[in-house]
Design a protein around this ligand. Structure first.
Ligand SMILES: [Zn+2]
Length: 357
């Protein structure tokens, strides 16, 4: 039994996120299946990087995990990231530079219910690298200066599983699941072969304000630097930002995940109540998650055009190791306790099967 932890919080920041990911961003819009979400308002028509007017994000749409159609023959299905080909590049802007000094503090992280963590770090800080042997690391700070943290549990060197509780601020039903996973990890109830990383929220400003976007009104799940395309304008529910990874929250996660290279990454969303199918190992893990959790595997809401999706970027990142990354669309509202338990059970089972799935 591991004793109660007093996690050491360490932070290492450099000169901002390396931009190498941003060179080679495929500027190709992809039509993806979309899911319902009561939190979205009507989007506005966007224009994909090929110059074609795209279908406006449909009202009520949430996050696609995997595209099922493509708007042009030049695009490839991101569910099969290894087959993806970048056909054009988008130069990256270098709008932010982090120069924070290292900080060390101690705290006991037992709950993710608060999103009001203040930081001594400047707003918009991005950690160029973090200490992956620390119990808690600060990945950076949000537009309004709230810390984005990652907590490490399990066995160092084990298969790395990353669970992100919140990306859309008003879709925070995954938080109690993260809390449950933390409790199980501390109690050493999880597979000993796994190094579990929990990011309670990568959008603390949006969670605090209970809005979908970050404080710059950017939909972070349209802002990742793979196949980024412009969508909307500030105020639109799926505004993709000024460019790929324009937001500090996105850059913090990109930098962290480039280092971590998780075998499995999960993002919780609401409220489409499904998992979108995929192929290969990613598809098998999705199907297993669906089977165990009771969520249906379904496409939904085709017609929207989505780009810069976090899970798609993550699959590309880890394609050489056949990594999996997908969205779990929970039902809306507060998750009943039995559902929280069921999802935590599901994650626990899946991570115990990762070596063979
Ligand atoms: Zn969402």
């Amino acid at each position: 039994m591991r004793s109660p932890r007093q996690p050491t919080r360490r932070f290492l920041a450099g000169d901002g996120l390396a931009r190498r990911l941003l060179a080679g961003v495929a500027a190709t819009a992809i039509a993806l299946a979309a899911c319902s979400s009561g939190t979205d308002s009507s989007g506005v028509p966007g224009t994909d990087p090929n110059g074609a007017t795209t279908t406006p994000p449909i009202s009520g749409s949430a996050d696609p995990a995997a595209p099922t159609t493509t708007p042009s023959p030049s695009t490839t299905d991101p569910t099969d990231a290894s087959a993806s080909t970048s056909t054009s590049t988008t130069s990256a802007s270098t709008t932010s530079t982090s120069t924070s000094t290292s900080t060390t503090s101690t705290s006991t992280s037992t709950s993710t219910s608060t999103t009001t963590t203040t930081s001594t770090l400047p707003a918009g800080t991005v950690a160029e690298s973090v200490d992956l042997t620390a119990d808690v690391v600060v990945l950076g700070t949000s537009v309004e200066g709230r810390e984005i943290t990652a907590e490490r549990y399990g066995t160092p060197g084990g298969r790395r599983v990353l669970v992100i509780g919140v990306i859309h601020g008003n879709e925070d039903g995954g938080v109690p699941i993260v809390d449950d996973l933390r409790r199980r990890a501390v109690a050493e109830e999880l597979s000993p072969d796994v190094e579990l990383w929990l990011v309670p929220s990568m959008n603390p400003d949006g969670q605090f304000a209970q809005i979908r976007q970050n404080a710059n009104q950017v939909d972070l799940n349209r802002n990742f630097p793979l196949r980024w395309g412009p969508i909307g304008a500030p105020g639109d529910s799926q505004y993709a930002g000024a460019g790929p990874a324009s937001e500090p929250e996105t850059r913090a996660m990109v930098s962290f995940m480039e280092q971590l290279r998780p075998d499995l990454a999960l993002w919780y969303h609401q409220d489409a109540n499904l998992i979108i199918p995929s192929n290969g190992r990613d598809g098998r893990i999705r199907a297993r998650y669906a089977e165990l959790s009771g969520l249906p595997v379904e496409d939904c809401c085709a017609g929207g055009v989505y780009t810069g999706v976090a899970a798609t970027w993550a699959r590309e990142l880890t394609s050489d190791q056949d990594g999996a990354a997908f969205i779990v669309e929970l039902p809306g509202g507060d998750l009943p306790d039995d559902q929280v338990t069921r999802h935590a059970d599901t994650v626990a089972t899946i991570i115990s099967e990762l070596a063979t799935i």
